[in-house]
Every structure is written in structure tokens, then in C-alpha cells.
Design a protein around this ligand. Structure first.
Ligand SMILES: Cc1ncc(COP(=O)(O)O)c(C=O)c1O
Length: 385
């Protein structure tokens, strides 16, 4: 009998996938289901990227690349930080990865020692805690409610840091709440971690999809942060498996040797294709699509509130709304089942994202076109009276 590593027991299945599977089964029976569970843009890769992919494959650019990614892409990403976020970064600090997932795995393998604790908010993107576990560490989820915008604060660091804590992972804007950490609060948090010689990983996968104020990258807070980003969300390339890390200069050799051994490189054709993302006309399309997401949020948010699905913190980014369902039910998992079976609306119960208050929340994704969101609202109105 083959034995699994005991750490596998600490990795929970993704409950959202169960709901999605049930929705697919209902659809196979002919039911019309409005999908509001999926964490991926309904838009797909832009034509310029698809054409660049075709060109790259025709030209045989399909072989292994440098482990840290092709130089033109690392330069283009550095240019993007300069022009979009007003922050300079040496391209040599950028490591191209297989999505933000690959970036988080590389970062945790490099930074998390066996038994080390890593602090993160509850609710959090589920893979974060499992990636820490897979690296041999111990994720420590800290309840973060509406008063904290569902994010970690400097105070959390002061109260929960132990001799075993190695660092912190935050995502801003966050999945599942769509809320970001205010710049001054993030600066204070980083300072607390820095004082303790810990690492701060800031997942900025949704930074491009920020709807309020200036988009500011945490990169500006210092050269010692680990920044995660991806082509999946703002650039609409989920299945292409491409993302990046920005790491402190002195850590580049360690990350490079890990990347060489663990993955060799990120997809070569995807890297060549992604260069087209940074053309001015491509960036215009991404901004137009971002505006479409903002419109959907501005439609859906008041409608959910009207239905008694209260949203305690206005999401300022990503494509998620985290609704408090307590006016209607006490358990979001069974409420999600009711929504699916009675209204034909598929949303994700909080349960995947932690354990603190997650039974009270449901995550709605608005990565679905406006007409479908209107249909979902009409159906939920009917169900909830
Ligand atoms: C906060 C966050 N980080 C990372 C990821 C992983 O993204 P990818 O590996 O597609 O870049 C996701 C995906 O939903 C996410 O929501």
C-alpha cells in the first residue's frame, strides 16, 4: 500500500469545485445556471496576443527559455511598473512563472522552512494556505473582518507574530472580498514585519483591476518585498499559465536555481505571446475591459444590498463581492445550495476561504456579462421574495 505524505491530510479540497460540478450536472440536464462562482474573466486573450502566439510557434519559439523568463518579457514587465505604477524596478529582479500559482509556490519553497508559520488573513485565497503546507510550513489564518477591510493589519502582526513566524502573505485587492489594503495600512504592516526580519509576500494579481483612486504597487514600499502578479486576470490569460514575481536582488540566484530545478521555465510560447500585452493598443483594451468590470460591480453591489445580501465593505477591485447572508440564513453552504437549485445561480460559500466568519458569507463573481447578472438578480429577487 503506497503511503501519502502526512501533509496531504492538511490540504482541503476546493469546495467551490463541488458547487461548480453540481451546476454543470444541472446544466447537463438542461437547466440554465448563471455562473457567478468562477474566478476567471469571461473575456479571453486579446487578438494581438493570439497572433503573437501563432507567430512565435511558426518561428519555432517553442523550446525551453531561461528559467527566469525571456529578457524582453522581463524588460516589458519592468516598463509596465514604470509607466503604469510610476515605480522603477531592475528587470533582473523579475522572475517569470507559471501563473501567480507558480510564483507563490516558488516563493514559499524558497522562504518557508519546515515548521515555520506564515500569517494570512481569514478569509484568504485557499491555495495560499495549501501552498504553505505543501512547502512544509504552517499557515496561520488570522480572522480579519469588515473593520479591517478583511485584510491583515500591523496590529495583527504585533499580536500574532511568534518565534516560529517566518512571514506574511496578503493579496490586495483580495480574493474573495475584492477589498484592498489602504496604502498607509500596508506600509505599517510591512514595517512591522521588517522589524521582525520576516518576509512579506504581496499578491497583486488583481491590482490592474482596481476601481478607486490610483493603482499603487507595493513594490514602491521597498526592495525587500516579494511581489506576485499574473497574466491571468487583468490580461485575461488564465489558461496560458503565466505570471511573475519581483524579488529582492540578493534572492534572485536562489529563486533562479529553484526555478531551474522545479519547472525549468514557464511556457515559452506564452511568454513570447505575452509581449503583445504591453503594446499601447493592447493596454487600451485591458482598460476598456476593466471599465466593463467596474460597471458590473456598480450594478450588482446595490442590487445585492437591496436583496438583503449585505456587503459590509465596498469592494474596490478584482471581480468579487463578498456578501453577508445572515439576513436570510445562518449557513452560506446550504444557502449556496438553495440559490443553485431554486434560483439557478451558482455562487461560492465562504467555507473555502477560511473558518472564522466564513459561514456567514457568499462570494459572488461578476466575471459574467451584465445581462446574465441582471438575470441572476431577477431570479434571486424571486427566490428571496
Ligand atoms: C488571489 C489569487 N492569487 C493567485 C491566484 C492564481 O492565479 P494564476 O495562477 O492563474 O495566476 C488566484 C486565482 O484565482 C487568486 O485569486
Amino acid at each position: 500500500m503506497l503511503r501519502l505524505s502526512p501533509r496531504i491530510a492538511h490540504i482541503a479540497p476546493f469546495y467551490a469545485m463541488e458547487v461548480v460540478k453540481q451546476a454543470a450536472a444541472l446544466q447537463a440536464e438542461g437547466r440554465d445556471i448563471v455562473q457567478m462562482s468562477i474566478g476567471e474573466p469571461d473575456f479571453t486573450a486579446i487578438p494581438a496576443v493570439v497572433e503573437a502566439l501563432q507567430r512565435a510557434t511558426r518561428e519555432g519559439k517553442t523550446q525551453y527559455t531561461e528559467a527566469v523568463g525571456i529578457a524582453p518579457l522581463r524588460e516589458a514587465i519592468a516598463g509596465f511598473y514604470r509607466t503604469r505604477f510610476g515605480v522603477g524596478v531592475d528587470p533582473s529582479r523579475i522572475i517569470v512563472t507559471a501563473g501567480a500559482s507558480g510564483a507563490l509556490m516558488l516563493a514559499c519553497t524558497a522562504l518557508v522552512d519546515v515548521g515555520a508559520q506564515v500569517l494570512m488573513p481569514d478569509p484568504t485565497y485557499p491555495a495560499n494556505r495549501h501552498i504553505v503546507t505543501a512547502a512544509g510550513g504552517e499557515p496561520v489564518l488570522i480572522p480579519a473582518g469588515p473593520e479591517d477591510r478583511f485584510q491583515l493589519s500591523a496590529d495583527h502582526i504585533r499580536r500574532h507574530w511568534t518565534a516560529r513566524t517566518a512571514g506574511v502573505i496578503v493579496a490586495s485587492p483580495s480574493n474573495p472580498t475584492g477589498t484592498s489594503i489602504a496604502p498607509h495600512a500596508l506600509a505599517e504592516l510591512v514595517e512591522e514585519v521588517r522589524r521582525r526580519d520576516g518576509f512579506t509576500i504581496v499578491d497583486e494579481i488583481y491590482l490592474g483591476l482596481s476601481y478607486e483612486g490610483d493603482r499603487r504597487s507595493a513594490l514602491a514600499l521597498g526592495d525587500d518585498l516579494i511581489i506576485v502578479n499574473s497574466f491571468s486576470k487583468y490580461f485575461h490569460m488564465t489558461g496560458w499559465r503565466l505570471g511573475w514575481l519581483v524579488v529582492p536582488q540578493q534572492l534572485v540566484p536562489a529563486f533562479e536555481k529553484l526555478a531551474q530545478n522545479l519547472v525549468i521555465c514557464a511556457s515559452a510560447p506564452a511568454q513570447h505571446a505575452a509581449l503583445a500585452c504591453f503594446l499601447p493598443e493592447s493596454l487600451d483594451i485591458f482598460e476598456t475591459r476593466k471599465e466593463a468590470f467596474r460597471q458590473r460591480r456598480d450594478y450588482l453591489l446595490p442590487e445585492l444590498e437591496r436583496l438583503g445580501l449585505c456587503v459590509p465593505v465596498k469592494p474596490d477591485g478584482a471581480f468579487y463581492i463578498y456578501s453577508d447572508i445572515r439576513a436570510h440564513a445562518s449557513d452560506s453552504a446550504s444557502f449556496a445550495q438553495r440559490l443553485l437549485h431554486e434560483a439557478g445561480v451558482c455562487a461560492v460559500p465562504g467555507l473555502d476561504f477560511g473558518s472564522a466568519e466564513t459561514a456567514a458569507y457568499l462570494r459572488f463573481s461578476y466575471a459574467t456579462d451584465l445581462a446574465r447578472l441582471q438575470e441572476a438578480v431577477a431570479r434571486m429577487s424571486k427566490m428571496l421574495g
